[in-house]
Structures are given as C-alpha cells and as structure tokens.
Design a protein around this ligand. Structure first.
Ligand SMILES: C[S@@+](CC[C@H](N)C(=O)[O-])C[C@H]1O[C@@H](n2cnc3c(N)ncnc32)[C@H](O)[C@@H]1O
Length: 275
C-alpha cells in the first residue's frame, strides 16, 4: 500500500471511496483498488464532457447504468458531477438483489438522494414504470452477454442522446455460427470462423459490429476505441454513441446484408432496426 492522496480527485468524497472499499479505513489503497479507481476515472473522462453539454441544455440529466454491479461507476459519476446539481438522476439496474441493497445503503448514508437502484433485468427495465420515458445517457460497463444488447434496445427506445458501452463477452452470435456451420461449409468464407476458437472470436467481433451498425441505423454517430484503463482485461472495447440524426437506411441495409451473408438471419430481431 502507498499513500494515494495525489491519485484522488480533489472533489472526490473520501467517505464514498471507503464505503466502496477502494480506500481502507486508514485511507490506503491496494493495487486492485488503485486499478479500479484508475479505470473509473478514465471512463469518467469520457462521460464528463457529455454531462457538461447536457447540463447546458434543458435536459433532465437522467443517466441509467445497466448491469451496475456494485455501482462503482454510478457512485463516482454522482459524486463527481451530480451531487451539487439541482437536477439529474442516476438509476442503477442490476439483477443481484444484495448489490441493490448495499448500494441503497451507501446512497442513504452519503445522502445521494437522486440515485435509485432497481432490481431489474436490463430487458425488463425497458418497460418498467419506475424509469422515466426520457433518458439522456446510458452506460453499461461489462454488462454480461446479451445485457449489452438489451441496454442498446433500452437506449434506442428511450431516445437516449448518448451511450457509453464496454461490452462483455456475448456467446449468442458464436453459437449460431457454430450451429449453422455444417450447412455453410461449401462457402469458402466460412474459413473465417471454421475453427472453434475462430468461431468464438469472430462471433464476439461480429456482435460488436452488429451493435454499432444497429446504433448507426438509428442515427447515432458511433466511435469505437480501446479502453486503455482495462489493460488487465480481455474485454476493452469502448463504444461511444451519440444521437445526431434520424434513421439511416444505408446502415439498415448493410446490417441486414451481413446477417444474411453470414447465415445469421435468425438474429434479425436481436439487432433489430425496427423497434
Ligand atoms: C461484470 S459485472 C460488471 C459490474 C459493473 N458494471 C462494473 O463494471 O463494476 C456485470 C453485472 O451485470 C449484472 N447483470 C448481468 N446480466 C444482467 C441483466 N440481464 N440485467 C441486469 N443486470 C445484469 C450482473 O449481476 C453483474 O453484477
């Protein structure tokens, strides 16, 4: 453990860092916590400019964090940006009830009154009445498997202005590539995913390609980059999307063409361009 005062942002609540076990009771940090804090600060650097823009508009500043886990991200965003504002709300969506309970306790203790933690799946949150119709920012950091796809559907249906996603693994595309392999082997293109490890990797890659095309088809401008703060993690693709225009037919056509060419038309609903 080292002294870490210089690594902590000046406006950061030390009490929060202790509640999240990033800092020990005597304000020390171990290597894991240091890495976690660095990751979250790095991600916050992408979120903050979007929040500043929204703050200058008439936006309600509603942010939903899907697959929130212990809500490190939501708490840090609240502490660094929301806590002194007279508007805005952060919703953490998480299926593990004990994590919801512990997050509620922390929020109560720190008087973070504009935070809610909802024990819902991402899919169910799309229609749940506890969430407002208008959401400005959607985040999903390593939301497992298809939870990222559901977070995208949520954002599209709520007409969210911005999404920040770091997808986790998604096995669905690979499983369908695998299932359909025998009937497609006459096509030389199947060499791209014939070997099992390639099926998995190509499936994972194509999942994110489809996610981007789906967002683009709904008029989002998409940037895909490496999230360098996760150097210890295999899953470090960062997708940032901002709504700039209405539906774009070109991206709809491309998405459908690729699904068709790869024998993945049964995923048309998953990557729907027609919610
Ligand atoms: C890998 S953890 C990431 C937690 C947090 N976002 C972070 O980066 O620290 C993924 C979390 O998503 C939750 N989760 C998985 N599938 C979900 C779903 N369909 N709806 C809501 N939460 C889900 C899990 O319970 C888990 O807490």
């Amino acid at each position: 453990m080292n002294d870490t005062a210089s690594e902590i942002k000046p406006q950061q609540s030390i009490e929060l860092l202790k509640e999240l076990h990033i800092l020990t009771r005597d304000s020390k940090m171990n290597q894991d916590s240091r890495r976690k804090l660095k990751q979250i600060y790095h991600l916050y650097n992408f979120v903050e400019p979007l929040l500043k823009q929204l703050k200058d508009s008439d936006s309600k500043l509603n942010l939903v964090d899907h697959g929130a886990g212990k809500s490190y991200l939501g708490f840090m965003i609240y502490d660094l940006f929301f806590k002194n504002l007279d508007r805005g709300h952060i919703y953490g969506i998480e299926t593990r009830q004990p994590l919801i309970e512990s997050s509620k306790k922390i929020a109560d203790k720190l008087k973070f009154k504009n935070m809610s933690f909802l024990n819902l799946s991402v899919a169910d949150s799309i229609t749940d009445k506890q969430l407002p119709d208008q959401i400005d920012i959607v985040t999903a950091l390593h939301a497992c498997d298809t939870a990222t796809d559901d977070a995208i559907e949520f954002a599209i249906k709520k007409n969210a202005k911005h999404l920040i996603l770091i997808p986790c693994c998604q096995a669905e595309v690979a499983s369908i590539l695998k299932k359909n392999k025998p009937k497609q082997l006459s096509n030389p293109m199947t060499e791209i995913w014939r070997h099992p490890i390639h099926t998995r990797e190509f499936g994972s890659h194509m999942t994110n390609v489809f996610r981007c095309l789906q967002l683009e088809s709904y008029g989002y401008q998409v940037t895909v980059t490496e999230f360098t703060g996760l150097e210890h993690s295999m899953k470090n693709e960062l997708i940032i999307a901002t709504k700039i225009e209405n539906k774009r037919q070109r991206h709809v056509d491309r998405l459908n063409q690729i699904l068709n060419d790869l024998g993945l038309t049964e995923l048309t609903q998953r990557f729907s361009t027609d919610f």
